[in-house]
Write a new protein. Structure first.
Length: 190
């Protein structure tokens, strides 16, 4: 049986049209999903800083905890090595993440000391918050692995800035969290 080429022409045109629409609708300079993963995990980590600040405020604990910070960085570096990441890039990312979290904690505690302290039950730092931070550490490391090539591109910083602004707007982050997010991501390109 011989196929009728004229019957197949509409199918070919529809296929060509769908392909064209798919290609034409691709954004020209969208941030790669891998960098997007780093932004999302950083935002979630900063949102947890609110809970950490609440715990530290209620329990009158200092914001800075150098032994804990060193442990977080060492753990991240060790996990990063297993995934083929350079110790320096992992350490740099997590130092920036920690600095950003301390910015949020300090800003919130300052507001609360001025009289607008949060109410309600304080989550347990060790039982409730740290497991979530550990999950975010894993996601941040995955983002570093998956975005290695994208982070070396010359337009990385421009794309990162655009995508971060879009996320800040979409999630309606306040100025404190927005500035901290910029700090948290300040060294991922290059």
């Amino acid at each position: 049986m011989r196929s009728n080429p004229t019957c197949l022409q509409p199918v070919r045109w529809v296929g060509l049209l769908l392909t064209c629409l798919a290609v034409c609708s691709l954004p020209g300079h969208a941030a790669p999903a891998d960098i997007d993963l780093l932004i999302d995990a950083s935002i979630e980590r900063l949102q947890l800083a609110d809970t950490v600040a609440h715990y530290k405020h209620v329990n009158q604990i200092a914001i800075e905890d150098l032994p804990r910070e060193a442990l977080v960085i060492a753990t991240a570096v060790a996990a990063g090595r297993v995934q083929g990441l350079q110790a320096q890039e992992v350490e740099s990312l997590f130092r920036q993440q920690i600095t950003a979290n301390k910015m949020v904690q300090a800003g919130l505690i300052k507001q609360w000391q001025a009289g607008s302290a949060p109410t309600g039950q304080v989550p347990d730092l060790i039982r409730d918050v740290r497991p979530r931070l550990d999950q975010l550490q894993t996601r941040l490391l995955q983002g570093l692995v998956q975005s290695q090539q994208d982070r070396q591109q010359t337009d990385c910083q421009q794309r990162l800035t655009q995508q971060t602004k879009a996320k800040v707007d979409a999630k309606n982050l306040d100025e404190l969290h927005s500035k901290a997010l910029t700090q948290a991501l300040s060294r991922i390109c290059g």
